[in-house]
Design a protein around this ligand. Structure first.
Ligand SMILES: *[C@@H]1O[C@H](CO)[C@@H](O)[C@H](O)[C@H]1NC(C)=O
Length: 538
């Protein structure tokens, strides 16, 4: 199955893709047996159902007090929280409402369970805010017909329907972020604040926001600001025309009648915008400045983190307690590389998040703090190999930025090859034993998981015996799952390369599908051909 090469680039992009999709898609097969996750699912569901019932009861109580409330109205009100969809009512819900946000979930899916309470909380907040949005959920596992009509394939899936037309959800997955996104896309892209008292209230609720100060809420600059507010997917925008209000939200405003800035939680609280008022420029500014100095990577935020245009990432893997001591020095370093480099923290005990990365460095068993970096422009990975001190981390980052840091290549320890008929090559010895060797080298590249590798290995062993007398030909083998070298780029496993003694830069790829005789003939042919070249050159 996995005969494709896991070169670092491939693994890395696969990894990003997996992280990207993992919050949307959980394959059912991955969770076939009842386990702790199921319990979590149930808890999440129960919480949600309890919330719904609670709302319903309140609604009904309110209804009985009010003579005018008809049964239908009560029902409609209750449904404003989270409407439970099924095969019968889904179409009606979508057709009968201008805005519907649907959560497609499956009871066994842990990520659905994580999202549901957030979704319900968002529904409650949106209702309080008077939003026209109908929030609905669909057990896509049970109501497969409705799910397939909506195109729900993975879980959880969020879809917004505007007048019957669906669009993908692009916001964050916390209750607060769902509210912000939903309002942006349903006609309330920003909040206007007119008094200091309102500003104080606002600050109690929001820690990250964009503030725009305008003399008048009109004109081209203002229009661009509003366009940016709608187009952005996660940050609450506020506007004001009152400088006193503005300085409550963002002290030290220089231009007192025209200002834009982003406010985040400590320690990097205020960043003013200095560019022109164009939507693209404003959004770009936000992309580079919205993340905190150090972001804790979680399953819920990984997609957003990876959509950042910042190509250099420093990722620290550590236990929670150890990281506490590292956070402040790391923030100091991060401040120096602000908007050029992203600093992420991953809990090293969180296997799902940490292991795929650590495997890229052969450090999947690591317990102590590991500092890594990635340059996504050139698909390279880096490892801090000096002591873990703030100065060393800073130097690591400086060299990452100026491109002088050496990429990391995995290697097993150097093995003892004395007397071996087939030399074992590792990442560290590839240069010496293959590229710089004065002999012809036949290299077998294998991985532990590839299916036909074993057959090829047997062939190579027989070939090594067959060519034993030929002392200008060396047989060698490398495990590509644990060893990497920049010059070893393999698409498929197993692979056989003949590195001619006089032309190491151009290895000849031999077909691993060939039989033993064919292989032997092919080796002979190439060795002779190269001999000729040599002789011709002489
Ligand atoms: C949805 O349709 C109604 C009726 O045609 C229209 O008034 C409204 O503007 C539409 N909403 C959006 C967001 O396009």
């Amino acid at each position: 199955m996995f005969t494709r090469k896991p070169t670092s680039r491939f693994i890395f992009f696969t990894l990003i893709l997996v992280l990207f999709l993992s919050f949307l898609i959980t394959i059912k097969a991955s969770d076939p047996t009842p386990n702790a996750n199921d319990e979590e699912d149930l808890e999440g569901l129960e919480e949600l159902i309890a919330l719904d019932e609670e709302e319903e009861r309140q609604e009904q109580e309110e209804g009985s007090h009010s003579v005018r409330s008809s049964e239908a109205e009560v029902l409609t009100k209750a449904q404003r929280i989270v409407l439970e969809l099924n095969n019968d009512n889904t179409k009606r819900a979508i057709d009968g409402n201008e805005f519907v946000l649907i959560l497609g979930y499956a009871p066994w899916c842990a990520r659905s369970a994580e999202l549901m309470p957030q979704f319900a909380e968002a529904a409650t907040s949106l209702k309080e805010l008077g939003s026209p949005l109908l929030m609905a959920k669909l057990d896509a596992d049970r109501h497969t017909k409705a799910a397939s009509t909506l195109g729900i394939k993975g879980f959880p899936t969020l879809l917004l329907f505007v007048n019957g037309t669906s669009q993908a959800y692009t916001g964050g997955l916390s209750a607060e972020e769902i509210v912000i996104w939903a309002r942006k896309k349903t006609g309330v892209p920003l909040i206007r604040i007119s008094s200091v008292a309102e500003a104080d209230e606002f600050l109690k609720k929001y820690h990250t926001f964009v503030i725009g100060l305008f003399e008048k809420f009109e004109g081209p600059d203002y229009d661009e600001f509003v366009k940016a507010a709608i187009s952005d997917n996660e940050i609450q925008f506020v506007e004001t025309s009152n400088i006193d209000v503005a300085t409550v939200l963002f002290p030290d405003i220089k231009d007192t009648n025209h200002f834009l800035g982003i406010v985040k939680s400590e320690p990097e609280r205020y960043t003013p915008y200095e560019g022109t008022f164009k939507m693209d420029k404003i959004l770009q500014f936000l992309d580079y400045n919205k993340l905190p100095l150090v972001t804790k990577l979680t399953e819920l935020n990984s997609a957003r983190v990876y959509s950042s245009p910042v190509q250099l990432q420093v990722i620290v893997f550590a236990e929670v307690d150890e990281f506490k001591n590292l956070l402040e020095p790391l923030q100091e370093v991060a401040r120096k590389f602000k908007s050029k480099m992203m600093f992420l923290y991953v809990d090293i005990t969180d296997e799902n998040l940490a292991k795929p990365f650590l495997t890229l460095f052969g450090l999947e068993e690591a317990k102590n703090t590991v500092v890594t970096a990635f340059d996504n422009k050139i698909s390279s990975k880096f490892l801090l190999q000096s002591d873990l001190t703030p100065i060393n981390i800073e130097e690591f980052c400086t060299r990452l930025l100026d491109g002088t840091l050496s990429p990391y290549f995995k290697s097993q320890p150097i093995p003892d090859n004395i007397e071996a008929s087939i030399q074992i090559i590792v990442g560290k010895t590839f240069d010496d034993l293959v590229l710089s060797s004065p002999k012809n080298v036949l290299l077998e590249v294998h991985t532990p998981w590839c299916i036909s590798c074993e057959t090829t290995s047997k062939h190579v062993e027989k070939l090594a015996k067959h060519f034993k007398g030929l002392d200008n030909l060396v047989f060698a083998r490398i495990d590509a799952s644990t060893n990497e070298h920049p010059k070893l780029q393999v698409d498929e496993y197993p692979a056989l390369f003949l590195y001619p003694a006089n032309d190491k830069a151009n290895p000849i790829k031999l077909s691993t599908k060939s039989g033993l005789k064919e292989l032997a003939a092919s080796i002979n042919k190439h060795l002779k051909a190269n001999d000729h070249v040599k002789k011709d050159e002489l």
